[in-house]
Design a protein around this ligand. Structure first.
Ligand SMILES: [Zn+2]
Length: 77
């Protein structure tokens, strides 16, 4: 019985393999069916490249201080 089951598993084609659907615009890696990907302005992008190309770190900029700096340089000139 056990031998029969093993034979069947060996003969069955591996149809659970993910199918290639899209190529990432940036790295050219395949995006397989069932994978998450990101579409930005019609550019297909994998998650890795999304982090690489689109992720930004928000930085607090003190605009008032920058403004007063430029005022000072204007006065010097
Ligand atoms: Zn990519």
């Amino acid at each position: 019985m056990l031998e029969n089951l093993n034979d069947r598993a060996w003969l069955d084609p591996p149809d659970n393999e993910a199918k290639k659907v899209l190529k990432c615009y940036f790295c050219g890696d395949w995006i397989y069916s069932g994978d998450d990907y990101y579409s930005l302005y019609n550019i297909d992008c994998c998650e890795d490249c999304l982090n690489l190309h689109y992720r930004q770190t928000a930085e607090f900029i003190d605009y008032q201080e920058e403004f007063s700096d430029s005022e000072c340089s204007e006065i010097k000139e």
